[in-house]
Design a protein. Sequence first.
Length: 325
Amino acid sequence: MLKVTARAHTNIALIKYWGKADQQLILPANSSVSLTLDRFYADTTVGFTDQPGPDRFVLDGRLQDAAATHRVHAFLDLVRQQAHIHGAARVSSTNHVPNAAGLASSSSAFAALALAASRAAGLSLDPTALSRLARRGSGSATRSIFGGTVIWHRGTDDASSFAEPVTTAPNLDLRMVAILIDAQQKDVSSRNGMARTVATSPYFPVFTATAERDSQAMVAALAAGDLEQIGELTERSALMMHGATLAAQPPFTYFAPATLAAWAVVRAVRAGGLPAYVTMDAGPNVKVLTDATHVDAVVAGLRAQLDNELVVCAPGPAARILTTT
Ligand code: DP6
C-alpha cells in the first residue's frame, strides 16, 4: 500500500467566507482573502487498501467512530471517484497547535487530506485542482493549499471556485498574534452557524456584498503594502460577520466575555500608536494583525494587560508532501 504524508498549514481569513451559495459543492457566497500561518498545521497520512470497506480514521492518536468519520469518508469518496479506485482508506492525522484551545482547524485538516489522499490514490493534481478538491471538504481548506496571502475566488461552478496566492508588497512582512481564550460554552459549528446566518440574518446580504468588494480592495491593499488599509478591511469583515450572527434567528455569537476584553486591549494598543487590528472566527479566540516591525511592541502592549497565552505567527508555506512510502 502506497502511504503518503502531507502537511498543510491553517489559514485565517482577513476577508471572511461566511455563507454558501451551493451547499453541496461548497461554493461560497463571496470571495475571501486569507493569511496562511506558520505555527498551526496538520500532518496527515493516507493509504488505500485493495478492498472496499469502512475507512479507518485516527485523529491525534485516537480511532474515530463512524459519526466522526462521516465527513472524511464522504470526502474520500470524491477522491476514489476521481481516481477510479474502490479500496478503503487508512487515514491518520495529527494537529500541531501550541495549545489545543480552539486552534485546530478544518482548513489545514482538509487541505492536508486532499493532498495526501489524491497522491495516495495515484492522482497528480495541479494546485488549482487540489484547491478545488480541498474545497469539497471544507470551504476554508480551499485557501490552505497555498502559503502566504491567498484569495479564494467565489466562482460560479465547481471549475471556477478555487484559490490562488496574491502578492504582498515585499516591504510588508505580516504577523498575526493569536490570543488564546478558553471556550466555556460549546461552539455552534461554522457549517451550522453560516447556514443559519444565510437563511435568517437580514444582515447577511450586506455582509456578503461588502466582503465581495472588500476582497478586491484587500488584494490592492496587500499589493500596495498598506497595513492601515489591510487592518481596517480585516476588522470590518470580521465584525460584520459577527454582526450577522447576532441578527440571525435564533441569534448566536462566538464572542465570550474574554473576547471583548481582549478586543478592548487591542484597541488600547492601537490608540497608543501601534498598528494592531483584530479578527475573530467561529470561536472565542482573538487574532491580532500587525507586521514584523511592530510585533514585539504589540506583544508587550498585550502582555501588559492580558494573562492569556499569546502565539506569534508569521506567514506559513503552501501544503506539501512530507513522505511517500
Ligand atoms: C469563520 O471552512 O469551517 O473561519 O465550508 O462549512 O467547512 P465549511 O466552513 P469552514 O468556515 C470557515 C469560517 C471562518 C471564516 C473563513 O475562514 O473565511
